[in-house]
Design a protein around this ligand. Structure first.
Ligand code: ADP
Ligand code: MG
Length: 321
């Protein structure tokens, strides 16, 4: 099978939003009046972000999920995506499963695959997503103000727990592992939440490298500091309700685990009722984990309000461990 047959067979489907999809030199995407395009890319490299043994359907799903998570973090509505793919060989069975995983999630969000590039090389998947957000309503990292509450969505740390079990560094009962593995392989991008937070949240980011690292991006961009109630963060670890992990492990996983694809956001106290209502309507836990202050420092507090030493390392591809 050649390059064009491959694209035709696995990656060409009628477009819903695009004027022109796969097959020409460029795709054409209309943007509605009053809206801005939100654009983001994320690359997944074999050996770095996933193992060669991963189920290709889940890999396709996750490659799009991590990108949609970025659109969610800025409050954008997904419209389309581009797929740049390097493949060591044409393996039709693998491609069929991989593309199914992509379509599974693309269909949930009505997101069109409108083009890309395909080449031979070490397995590498780069997706660029395009979404719409009303002008001036995008959620940015730079809007947090002293006094704002800090929230996280969903559960934190379970994906990392699964990774540590895979690496043989942690052991947990099989059913706890299976749940955690779902969080690692099939993360849920918080697309509806991101859009619902327009005009509610003062700043937002998605949690891909670990809560503390991603929160730091908000603090830096906003020129503020924060106090974090660490037991509240640890309480979001889903595995915790089935299996008693040591507190230090709970904290390491939930504060700095990474691969969560949840949102961390800030909002003024006056929005507490709105946020509680959103949590119910979207059936998504939203946990208040602390408060923004003017100190420019990130302080971690224990249950008694004492400062916890912050030696939690978020994920950084260029740091050696
Ligand atoms: P060009 O020669 O202009 O780079 P290509 O031959 O690479 O174009 O691609 C032909 C068409 O197929 C283009 O519309 C391109 O966007 C699309 N395409 C290529 N690879 C992919 C892919 N992996 N997924 C979706 N569309 C693709
Ligand atoms: Mg090309």
């Amino acid at each position: 099978m050649g390059e064009f047959d491959l694209i035709e067979t696995f990656f060409k489907r009628p477009a819903r939003h695009a004027t022109l999809g796969v097959g020409d030199d460029c795709a054409l995407l209309p943007v509605r009046a009053g809206q801005q395009l939100a654009i983001s890319s994320d690359m997944l490299v074999e050996g770095r972000h996933f193992l060669s043994t991963v189920n290709p359907r889940w890999l396709g799903y996750k490659a799009l999920a991590v990108n949609l998570s970025d659109l969610a973090a800025c409050g954008a509505e997904p419209k389309a995506f581009m797929l740049a793919l390097a493949l060591p060989e044409v393996n039709a069975a693998w491609l069929s499963e991989f593309s199914k995983g992509l379509w599974d999630l693309a269909d949930v969000h009505q997101c069109d695959l409108i083009g890309g590039d395909t080449t031979r090389g070490p397995l590498n998947i780069c997706i660029t997503v395009l979404g719409e957000v009303p002008a001036h309503l995008a959620l940015l990292r730079s809007g947090a103000k002293a006094g704002d509450d800090i929230y996280v969505s969903g559960t934190l740390g379970d994906a990392r727990l699964a990774l540590e079990v895979f690496r043989g560094r942690l052991s947990v009962p099989q059913e706890v592992f299976e749940q955690a593995r779902l969080r690692m392989e099939r993360p849920t991008p918080r697309v509806a939440l991101g859009q619902a937070l327009r005009g509610v949240a003062s700043a937002a980011a998605d949690i891909s490298d670990g809560l503390l690292g991603d929160l730091q991006h908000i603090l830096k961009a906003s020129g503020v500091g924060a106090d974090i109630d660490t037991p509240r963060v640890a309480s979001t670890l889903a595995a915790q309700s089935h299996f008693n992990l040591p507190l230090a492990t709970q904290l390491q996983l939930s504060l700095a685990g990474g691969d969560d694809y949840e949102l961390v956001f800030t909002a003024p106290e006056s929005k507490r009722a709105d946020i509680a209502a959103l949590s119910v309507s979207l059936q998504t836990p939203l946990t208040r984990i602390g408060q923004i202050n003017a100190s420019q420092q990130l302080r971690l507090l224990d249950a008694q309000g004492h400062v916890v030493v912050n030696d939690f390392q978020s994920f950084d591809h260029f740091k050696t461990d």
